[in-house]
Ligand binder design. Structure first.
Ligand code: ATP
Length: 245
């Protein structure tokens, strides 16, 4: 079901496909991604999981073309990720909002992209922030700020939404509100790649799961297979809340 707040996608465009091929990345002299190979070719929500420091955020940055790997290829539909940033939006755990009103934060993005600025109010309504439109964005609560960041991302009409722990340290009500927005984006045809440590959230949202360990993909499976039948000890321990090193 498409939502009226999104510009219609061209149904003839091919689905978004990601190919990461033998990607290596070192930071500060330490290997972070160590031969990461990943093909995402199904629509829906892909959840990236794995222990702390295993390279999930860096993988997301590379997917978005914000950084380049030392070696290896990252292609979206055959094009280098660095050429595809306009088709994507990345939302961080701690969004940086403009020192302006809530509405002005959306308007800024629509204006910069040459978008239809009359959509700003609808986007705010979509994320439940219509009543806060004139308030300073920096006075929003953590959950509200994250919903504004999502509205700002959706204002870009992304074909791919990259989310880096968007609900970390939020209360259950805020988590639910954000999950609803993510599901609506998925249902509107946006490809979602979500990093989360919250196994419950992964179970609620994931269509497929990619499990990273030590900078590599060690499992990639449909969510309906991954959770009941993890194939590695690391994934099994992670799902069961045991410490994974
Ligand atoms: N700018 C940097 N300089 C040096 N090392 C870095 C830099 N940024 C990240 N790292 C290191 O890269 C590794 C992977 O970091 P990344 O944030 O991608 O992991 P992650 O899986 O997302 O972790 P978490 O679950 O804790 O968010 C970590 O060991 C981190 O310390």
């Amino acid at each position: 079901m498409r939502d009226h707040t999104f510009a219609p996608l061209d149904c003839t465009t091919e689905p978004m496909r990601l190919n990461m091929e033998d990607v290596h990345l070192s930071l500060g002299g330490q290997p972070v991604l160590d031969g990461l190979t990943l093909c995402l070719d199904r629509p829906g929500i892909t959840v990236l999981m794995g222990p702390n420091g295993t390279g999930k955020s860096q993988a997301l940055r590379l997917m978005h073309g914000l950084a380049r790997p030392d070696t290896g290829q990252i292609l979206w539909n055959g094009h280098p990720a660095s050429e595809m940033t306009q088709t994507q939006a990345l939302v961080f755990q701690k969004p940086v909002l403009l020192r302006r009103s809530v509405l002005a934060n959306i308007d800024f993005v629509l204006k910069a992209r040459g978008g239809d600025r009359s959509r700003a109010a609808a986007l705010l309504a979509h994320v439940g922030l219509a009543a806060k439109a004139q308030q300073p964005a920096r006075a929003l609560s953590g959950g509200e700020a994250q919903r504004l960041a999502l509205a700002r991302a959706l204002a870009l009409d992304p074909r791919v939404l990259l989310l880096d722990e968007p609900t970390a340290s939020l209360d259950p009500g805020s988590v639910l509100a954000i999950e609803r927005i993510v599901l609506a984006a998925r249902d509107a045809g946006v490809k979602v790649v979500l990093v989360t440590h919250d196994t419950g959230q992964a179970r609620r949202l994931a269509d497929e799961v990619v499990f990273l360990h030590h900078g590599r993909v060690v499992e990639h499976a449909e969510a309906s297979d991954f959770f009941p039948r993890p194939q590695t000890a690391a994934a099994r321990d992670f799902i069961n809340g045991r410490i994974v090193v």
